[in-house]
Design a binder for this molecule. Structure first.
Ligand SMILES: [Zn+2]
Ligand SMILES: [Zn+2]
Length: 177
């Protein structure tokens, strides 16, 4: 099984989430997750004026890691991510590239004034990770209602879709590999 590096960034105490994500990556992509501690300064992408982390700069840091011949690298974080034109992003990926990053910050029920729900959170993280990795295999957004590649701006839209690719998207991922 080719490896995928899973890089937790400000993700302390979240072992259960990393474990469930690892199972998902194995099942969906046949990739062997390897936890790798960040080797860069995670404050580099921080933007004090917004109190958020620039996801594009975070991706750039993940891509500088050349020590491992992993098929993919995914950063997983609890801090809030943004790109300059948007208030926030759940994650970002290099289209047809090697790296993706996802944040649980706005996937947590607590972010919406609701009680914490770890199972729901794990499901949302799985979907966002599969979605962003789908972009790395060249997939664009899909209109099939429950396809994981459907675009989601709000967390309710993540809950509506499944963690699976529709048949057309799955065929594209397979072709890309
Ligand atoms: Zn997307
Ligand atoms: Zn699809």
């Amino acid at each position: 099984m080719p490896p995928i590096l899973v890089v937790p960034i400000y993700f302390e105490g979240r072992h259960a989430l990393l474990d469930s994500l690892g199972l998902r990556l194995r099942r969906t992509f046949g990739l062997e997750p390897r936890i790798r501690q960040p080797w860069f300064d995670p404050e580099i992408p921080f933007q004090p004026a917004r109190s958020q982390y620039n996801s594009t700069l975070l991706l750039a840091q993940l891509l500088r890691d050349r020590e491992d011949e992993a098929e993919r690298v995914i950063g997983v974080t609890a801090v809030d991510l943004f790109i300059p034109v948007l208030t926030f992003v759940f994650g970002e990926a290099q289209l047809g590239g090697r790296a993706a990053v996802v944040s649980i910050h706005r996937l947590r029920s607590e972010a919406y004034g609701l009680p914490s729900d770890e199972r729901l959170l794990a499901g949302r993280l799985d979907k966002e990770a599969v979605h962003e990795l789908g972009h790395t295999y060249g997939l664009v957004h899909c209109d099939v209602p429950d396809c994981v590649m459907r675009s989601s701006t709000y967390v309710e839209e993540i809950d509506f879709k499944s963690a699976e690719f529709c048949p057309a998207c799955l065929a594209e991922v397979r072709a890309a590999r």
